[in-house]
Design a protein around this ligand. Structure first.
Ligand SMILES: Cc1ncc(COP(=O)(O)O)c(C=O)c1O
Length: 400
């Protein structure tokens, strides 16, 4: 079929020639292309699909709600309902706003911080990713305006140095760096930056768009017991439907119109279908065993990969947390994100091609994270065999 998409894609992430480009269906751990070929998906909608593809409870929620209409220009009952739920489970969520994409809420949080502090500068992290908006942070590691400064993750000295003159409106970061290989924070890193932000009047923003709801029902802030001033959620919160959240301290959130003068708008904000799916996602997370299951699955797979790396004696590593993990080549660990620590993209690409030959798809960028779901339990042996064989191929081709 002809492809009239500009550059043949809708994303900056390249689709390798050996990956399918005609997906039409997902079910549990699998995705299927037009010919009916089946692949195990280890990217899971950039992490949005906590329960795998076509989860029956989410399908039921969509079916139950769509017949009542799916879009209203008036305030819905559901937005108030979900704001209460978020307020109750997210420590920082004194006040809540719903938007549509992650990029939206990044932009809103930065605007609100600038207005609240009357400062213009923004501090963020090398290798982080916070969306696409002009004048904000367009892509990982590329500052597009002179008011944005980037420092390495997990580096307290750099934070102190930058913030000491009280010039920055906000420090925006992923509390678990998930866009430069999965890089958890060092012990006390988040507690320390909380203190520095308090002492310098800098708004601390946790971008939990990747890990929020995935690592803990109370967010990464609940897991590490550090409450930011503002928090951002998207992806997993609505199980793969478009929804994003900015929430935080009342006095900063009230910078938004109508209580303040920071503009906030969006035709599709607080989409009713997404709000209802989000209620189902949170209910399932509260009542089920998602966290214990995926922790066990993640630990087991990380241990297995580590064993294989040790057995083959190749320069590689695996790291992550809970249901998130990254395999990297050419380095033994990374604490500032793989962008800064010399990981080898060529070997990674060879590895994922070997996995794809075995019909298992990993993220096609070395900086992205594998996302596990309880649905992977049923295929974990198949995944392990493919990893073992693919790492053997890596050794033969690259490290003999
Ligand atoms: C941490 C983080 N923040 C913000 C965004 C932007 O979200 P969206 O693509 O929904 O605009 C992303 C997207 O991957 C992200 O990973």
């Amino acid at each position: 079929m002809k492809n009239h998409l500009a550059g043949r894609v809708n994303s900056p992430i390249p689709i390798p020639a050996y990956y399918p480009s005609d997906i039409i269906k997902g079910e549990g751990p699998y995705i299927f292309n037009k010919n009916g070929d089946k692949y195990i998906d280890m990217w899971m909608g950039y992490g949005a699909l906590l329960f795998g593809h076509a989860d029956p409870d989410i399908i039921q929620t969509i079916n139950n709600n769509i017949k009542n209409g799916w879009f209203f220009s008036y305030q819905t009952y559901f937005e108030k309902e979900l704001s209460n739920i978020i307020h109750d489970i997210i420590p920082s969520a004194e006040k809540v706003r719903f938007a549509t994409t992650g990029s939206d809420v990044v932009a809103y949080s930065i605007r609100a911080s600038k207005s609240y502090t009357d400062r213009q500068k923004v501090l963020s992290i090398i290798g982080g990713y916070h969306g696409v908006h002009e004048g904000m942070i367009p892509s990982a590691s590329i500052p597009d305006n002179q008011n944005l400064d980037l420092i390495p993750f997990n580096d307290i000295v750099a934070v102190k140095e930058k913030l000491k003159n009280k010039e920055y409106a906000c420090f925006l970061l992923e509390p678990i760096l998930a866009n430069s290989g999965c890089t958890p924070p060092r012990e006390n890193y988040l507690k320390e930056i909380r203190k520095i932000c308090d002492n310098t009047g800098t708004v601390l923003i946790f971008d939990e768009i990747v890990m929020g709801f995935r690592v803990n029902i109370h967010g990464a802030q609940g897991l590490y017991n550090v409450t930011p001033d503002l928090s951002l959620f998207s992806k997993a919160i609505a199980g793969g439907l478009p929804l994003s959240v900015v929430c935080g301290r009342k006095e900063i959130m009230e910078s938004f119109i109508p209580t303040g003068n920071v503009f906030f708008a969006g035709t599709f904000n607080a989409n009713p279908l997404s709000l209802n799916v989000s209620k189902t996602v949170i209910k399932k997370l509260k009542n089920g065993n998602f966290y214990t299951k995926t922790q066990k699955l993640g630990d087991d797979l990380r241990d297995y990969i580590r064993e294989q790396i040790n057995r083959l004696q190749i320069p590689a590593c695996v790291q992550g947390i809970a249901s998130m993990l990254t395999v990297a080549f050419g380095c033994k660990s990374f604490i500032k994100g793989i962008k800064l620590e010399g990981c080898d993209d060529t070997v990674y690409n060879f590895f994922i091609e070997e996995m794809a030959k075995r019909h298992i798809l990993l993220p096609p960028l070395p900086t992205e994270t594998v996302f596990l779901s309880p649905v992977h339990e049923s295929v974990i042996d198949e995944i392990k065999i493919a990893i073992k064989q693919s790492l053997e191929e890596v050794k033969d081709k690259h490290y003999r």
